[in-house]
Write a protein that binds this ligand. Structure first.
Ligand code: NAP
Ligand code: ZN
Length: 352
């Protein structure tokens, strides 16, 4: 075991502060990574503030961070995919049972015995797992991703969660080329959704509550932008969408988006608001519409997404921050004031 530097929260109402955490020594299959950048996902904030208490209560102290990119510093004797010096990525998962039907189908994100990167029971050290707001992490090589060498690393980090979470449901929905696709909320997930939908050849429409994001939405690949607070704008598009991805992190009227769908249209929820949403049966019945959920993606699909980003030159638009500004970043997330993902430069942790 060795000590790593990290930023942790001691309770739901405490700020994140500098601390040290234990990391295990590499076992046979492990890869030790020096973390270079870690994206700031809204899930980190939900977790640090125990907003998902009823589903997965947070154990304190907690160290968030599941959009990790770095360089391999050490590998176990049985590791075949990585060697010291290689770039490596880690997303929301660090282990699963490898035997359940979901794992066998490459859907580790649905494994009932998965280990999340932070906040899950730690099988090696006891306690809970600690995430990427840290200078290093040790992960089973089966959960470590290869990172294309041609991409900017600060912008790669958010692909490990925001990227795969938007890529996976869009791929699952089939060929989106020529389809009318909506992305609700232009934040970390939303802006990646726009980039992927555009790359897949869809007619992309952004729904935003922030009129000042309109130009950015168009630059990111949207064909149209709807200001969702304008009833008039919304009415014009009612019943016309094939697919909508809802990324909103807070309570909202989902029926307003369900009724945007055409016949057999689907809206997939990836946003995870604290409180249940109220769904109108009639909004679904008329039009034979469907509502689904989706959570990150499996390891093979995450690698496919990273390779796709490498060949299409796709990265997240990031504002790079030192770790010392993480609490301020959380406040800005709550105000929808981020363009479009914070990425922590972990070199800033060296001075702690
Ligand atoms: P984010 O960067 O904060 O973006 C959320 C966006 O939603 C905001 O930028 C804003 O966009 C819109 N929004 C926020 N509050 C709103 C409100 N009250 N009404 C309407 N729109 C609102 O967050 P994120 O990191 O993209 O994460 C979004 C959600 O997805 C979070 O709940 C997170 O936990 C969840 N998540 C789920 C998965 C999964 O696997 N399913 C993975 C990662 C994250 P506009 O300014 O454009 O309106
Ligand atoms: Zn996330």
């Amino acid at each position: 075991m060795f000590k790593a530097k990290a930023y942790s929260a001691a309770s739901a109402t405490s700020p994140l502060v500098s601390s040290t955490i234990p990391r295990r020594d590499t076992t046979e299959r492990d890869v030790q990574i020096e973390i270079l950048f870690c994206g700031v996902c809204h899930s980190d904030l939900h977790h640090a503030r125990d907003e998902w208490h009823s589903i997965m209560p947070t154990v304190y102290p907690c160290v968030p961070g599941h959009e990790i990119v770095g360089r391999v510093t050490k590998v176990g004797s049985a590791v075949t995919k990585f060697k010291p010096g290689d770039l490596a990525g880690v997303g929301c998962l660090v282990d699963s049972d490898h035997t359940c039907p979901n794992c066998q189908d490459g859907l580790e994100q649905l494994c009932p015995n998965q280990t999340l990167t932070y906040g899950s029971p730690d099988k090696h050290l006891g306690g809970v797992t600690y995430g990427g707001y840290s200078d290093s992490i040790v992960v089973d090589e089966r959960f470590v991703l290869r990172v294309p060498a041609n991409l900017d690393l600060a912008g790669v980090a958010p692909l490990l969660c925001a990227g795969i979470t938007t890529y996976s449901p869009m791929r699952r929905w089939g060929d989106l080329a020529g389809k009318k696709v909506g992305v609700v909320g232009l934040g970390g997930l939303g802006h990646m959704g726009v980039k992927f939908a555009h790359a897949f050849g869809a007619h992309v429409v952004v729904f935003t509550t922030s009129p000042n994001k309109k130009e950015d939405a168009l630059r990111l690949g949207a064909d149209e932008v709807i200001i969702s607070t304008s009833a008039e704008d919304m009415k014009k598009h009612a019943g016309t969408f094939n697919f909508i991805l809802d990324t909103i992190a807070a309570d909202h009227d989902i029926n307003a988006y369900i009724t945007m769908l055409g016949r057999d249209g689907n809206i997939t929820l990836v946003g995870a608001p604290e409180k249940p949403l109220s769904v109108s049966a009639f909004a679904l019945l008329f039009g034979r519409r469907s509502l689904s959920g989706s959570i990150i993606g499996g390891i093979a699909e995450t690698q496919e997404m990273l390779d796709f980003c490498g060949s299409h030159n796709i990265v997240s638009d990031v504002e790079v921050i030192p770790i010392q500004r993480i609490n301020e970043a959380y406040e800005r997330l709550l105000k929808s004031d981020v363009k479009y993902r914070f990425s922590i430069d972990m070199a800033s942790l060296k001075s702690e």
